[in-house]
Design a protein around this ligand. Structure first.
Ligand code: PNS
Length: 169
């Protein structure tokens, strides 16, 4: 076996995950066929306000990925590249949906690379079923009583509905 094969390929999959969706899960399941280990990182996005706390998001992810070997979850409130340095990882994994994601993703990938030349961002194209869905629109629809069944893992779906039902009481 060559030296290269002995090096574990660890990818960090960062995001808000507010909450984790079936689209995220699809990226994780496909990603682990490429990488030896994936760390799902609940990271801080100052441009978004979140519905779930970091702890709630981590718990939902843990419940969702418990049967997938090689995948674990963590949270971090600092710079993504600092987290990568801390863990010895050099790959950022992101899902890319419609063209509308491209500029945002490109900007982040270039900025992360500017912060650290060691870092590479690898994109997986979103599965076609999840192309036009995401946490934001799912929350919006659920908050006004629309159905989002099938877009989230079942447990996460229940927790999302509970959030909004509690809010209405
Ligand atoms: O799911 P999101 O909200 O699109 O994910 C964005 C996220 C959390 C990956 C991004 O905001 C991030 O990396 N936050 C950590 C802080 C940081 O390093 N920001 C600079 C990114 S170029």
């Amino acid at each position: 076996m060559t030296q290269e094969k002995l090096v574990r390929r660890i990818a960090v999959y960062p995001g808000s995950f507010d909450p984790i969706t079936n689209g995220h899960l699809d990226i994780i399941k496909r990603g682990i066929r490429i990488f030896d280990e994936i760390i799902i990182l609940v990271a801080y996005n100052p441009s978004k306000s979140s519905l779930f706390t970091v702890e709630e998001r981590v718990t939902m992810i843990e419940e969702t990925i418990m049967d997938i070997e090689g995948v674990r979850v963590d949270s971090y409130s600092g710079l993504l590249v600092d987290y990568l340095k801390k863990t010895g990882a050099s790959i950022i994994l992101r899902g890319m949906r419609a063209v509308s994601d491209f500029e945002y993703e490109f900007q982040m990938a270039l900025m992360n690379r500017r912060q650290s030349r060691e870092v590479e961002t690898v994109f997986l194209m979103s599965g076609f079923k999840w192309f036009y869905t995401g946490s934001q629109i799912i929350k919006q629809v659920a908050s006004i009583g629309g159905s989002v069944k099938g877009l989230l893992p079942a447990k996460v779906h229940r927790k999302l509905l509970a959030k909004f039902n509690n809010g209405r009481k």
